[in-house]
Unconditional design. Structure first.
Ligand code: THG
Length: 286
């Protein structure tokens, strides 16, 4: 199963037979006061810089979310996309809960983007699937429904089936659906890690689709978050996740190590290249 995401300059393929794809998450005003302020003022210089930094850090796809109180996303999301596509070659993940903002974004985007996201909620399926079909893009399907995020593996798998069925009925090919199993913070829900790993394995077996996962949610409220996030990244990749939504600068080495162990990095080329780059950067700051 190959999910293709493109810009006008580059193609990225998400597949279990290839290295894990990194979706850079930094362009998101959640918890970032400065970014919220500049977005409110319509200033996109910080967005441009973040895109460059994420690509330099090894992000394959750039996620863009401008959603914050006081930001007119119907106007700002398409503008941010233009700025990012002029600055970097990487394809993009268009991230908004607002259908109108996504549609405005899809109109200006050059290539075939990943849309973040649809969920198993009835309103979301009805609103989003026709748009995904019309623009022939790929879409992330969040495993939650009208009752919220499920607290067991069984229901997560059932919602993934529902999203795939409804998308296929709407004329969307299975290869264009990327399921996000979603996790709770491990501090609040100690069983969440095991549930998610079981759901990923079963969805892989039963549906064969590509899967993504945010790498930082699991550690919310815990100390030493990067250590937990790195362990989580390795665990979900082994279970079958093929694209991680994460800060490339922080998690990429662990992802490359996992790909290496799983035989997805011939001659350890990617791991060694990244090691050299980090050594050089460390030398320069000495
Ligand atoms: N799945 C899908 N999409 C997603 C997520 C997911 N999009 C949003 C999120 N999860 C991934 N993106 C972020 C963005 C910001 C933060 C975490 C994940 C974050 N921000 C810091 C905070 O809130 O305190 C501030 C960051 C900083 O300034 O360093 O943590 O799971 N499909």
């Amino acid at each position: 199963m190959e999910t293709k995401v493109t810009s006008d300059k580059k193609e990225v393929i998400i597949s279990i037979d290839r290295p894990t794809v990194i979706i850079g998450e930094r362009i998101n005003p959640t918890g970032r006061k400065k970014l919220t302020e500049v977005l409110k003022a319509g200033d996109l210089e910080m967005v441009r810089k973040e895109a460059l930094i994420q690509v330099e850090a090894g992000a394959d796809i750039i996620d863009c979310n401008v959603n914050a109180p006081g930001v007119n996303d119907v106007e700002i999301l398409p503008k941010a996309i233009k700025v990012i596509q002029e600055a970097v070659d990487a394809p993009m993940c268009l991230d908004s809960p607002n259908k109108d903002a996504l549609e405005a974004a899809l109109k200006v985007y050059k290539g075939k983007p990943l849309v973040n996201s649809v969920s198993g909620e009835e309103a979301s399926l009805k609103r989003m699937l026709p748009l995904v079909k019309e623009y022939d893009c790929a879409v992330i399907g969040l495993v939650q429904d009208d009752e919220g995020i499920p607290k067991n593996a069984e229901r997560r798998v059932a919602i993934a089936h529902k999203i795939v069925e409804r998308a296929e009925k709407a004329g969307i090919k299975r290869e264009n659906i990327v399921i996000d199993v979603l996790t709770f913070a491990i501090g609040a829900e100690p069983k969440s890690g095991l549930d998610v790993l079981e759901a990923i394995r079963r969805i892989r077996e039963e549906l064969g689709v590509n899967m993504t996962m945010g790498a930082s949610n699991i550690s919310f409220g815990m100390p030493d978050r990067p250590i937990i996030n790195n362990a989580w990244a390795a665990a979900v990749i082994v279970a079958g996740a093929t694209a991680l939504i994460t800060d490339a600068a922080k998690i990429r080495p662990a992802i490359l190590a996992t790909d290496l162990i799983l035989g997805r990095d011939r001659f350890a080329r990617r791991f060694i290249e990244d090691h050299r780059k980090r050594e050089q950067a460390a030398q320069q700051t000495k």
